[in-house]
Ligand binder design. Structure first.
Ligand code: SAM
Length: 328
């Protein structure tokens, strides 16, 4: 069946597939095909494909029809996928069980279905889950060409942040020194090391750090990534003036760690500061807090203000990319 396809080298296949999926451009009626190291990914609307991609007309086989959970249920359920785990966010337990059964009956390749049983909570930002299908909450998740093993019952991980992480990772140059202050299982730290940065990745959660070390090995970056199980404030002396880039992905309380961030920053350092704020002034409080922490030691230039996602009614999860330059 002839139609538009994005043509990419296979090494860029997964990253490209994710970009297209996020824009809802994948044509699920036709097969992705590979030929001599080149992947052809069928798309539904060639004109909506970002101009950076090469779009060609190509004959690829039609896909055999797959049974989806929606086919079984008669309505479109909402769920997220993390590796072979399906995540539901249902208040009604009976409805959650119905959806879980439909997922099992469908052709999705799934081992476990869980429903959110609590908010993300505590210092370690971990959630409780009701396990509806299967017995393991550990999985391997792929994001932009990297693999992450993790247990959602022991560590924080949100697949929804994939695009945002990719945006930040793409700014990293080989040879930079990066500190990921709240690294989790490594979704910023591992791809940054893969771009050639020297990465120090810290987390308070010992389970997350064990997965982070394994994920560094799985992705072949263990030589450039040092994982530390600590409160990041305890690294401020040892790594003072060390970092060319800092990732601060602890949105509810990053402000409390700005003094540490300034201590870790080298003469010129880019800070990726995540925050959750009211829609009326989503970036102001973060910028003011950064300026206050930098004091007279650093000039502060806000390079990007970005709304990452809606967090709650009238509240946004935002990121400020800020350049700190040591004052003369
Ligand atoms: N960056 C990761 C990601 O994108 O998946 C994890 C982000 S999660 C929101 C924040 C992480 O900060 C958690 O893994 C938590 O254990 C860690 N954390 C909380 N307080 C910390 C501290 N004082 N020092 C180091 N890590 C901390």
């Amino acid at each position: 069946m002839t139609g538009s396809c994005v043509r990419v080298p296979t090494s860029e296949g997964e990253a490209t597939r994710q970009v297209l999926a996020e824009r809802d451009l994948l044509d699920h009626g036709r097969e992705i095909t590979v030929e001599s190291g080149t992947l052809y990914i069928p798309v539904t609307d060639a004109s909506a494909v970002p101009p950076a991609y090469d779009v060609v007309e190509r004959d690829v086989p039609e896909r055999e029809t797959q049974t989806t959970p929606a086919d079984v249920l008669g309505f479109e359920p909402s769920y997220e996928r993390l590796g072979d785990v399906v995540i539901l966010d249902e208040d009604d337990e009976a409805r959650a069980r119905r959806i879980a059964e439909a997922v099992v009956e469908s052709d999705l390749r799934v081992r476990t279905v869980v429903n959110r049983a609590s908010k993300v909570k505590g210092e370690l930002r971990v959630r409780e889950w009701d396990v509806l299908v299967g017995d393991s909450t550990e999985t391997v998740h792929r994001e932009y060409g990297h693999e992450f093993r993790l247990d959602i019952a022991q560590v924080y991980f949100s697949p929804r942040l994939a695009t945002e992480r990719h945006r930040v990772v793409s700014q990293v140059d080989a040879g930079e020194r990066v500190i990921d202050m709240f690294a989790g299982v490594g979704p910023f730290a591992v791809p940054m090391a893969d771009r050639g940065a020297e990465v120090l990745a810290c987390d308070l959660n010992s389970a997350a750090v064990e997965y982070l070390r394994e994920n560094a090995r799985r992705n072949g970056v263990e030589d450039r990534l040092t994982a530390v199980n600590a409160d990041v404030r305890d690294l401020a002396d040892e790594y003072a003036n060390w970092a060319d880039r800092l990732v601060m992905n602890l949105p509810h309380s990053a402000g409390a760690f700005l003094e540490t961030a300034v201590a870790l920053a080298s003469e010129e350092c880019v800070l990726h500061y995540y925050d959750i704020q009211h829609e009326d002034d989503p970036f102001g409080p973060g910028e003011r807090a950064i300026r206050e922490a930098a004091g007279a030691d650093y000039d502060v230039a806000v390079e990007t203000e970005r709304v990452v996602r809606s967090y709650a009614p009238h509240e946004y999860n935002v990121c400020l990319d800020v350049r700190l330059t040591a004052a003369e």
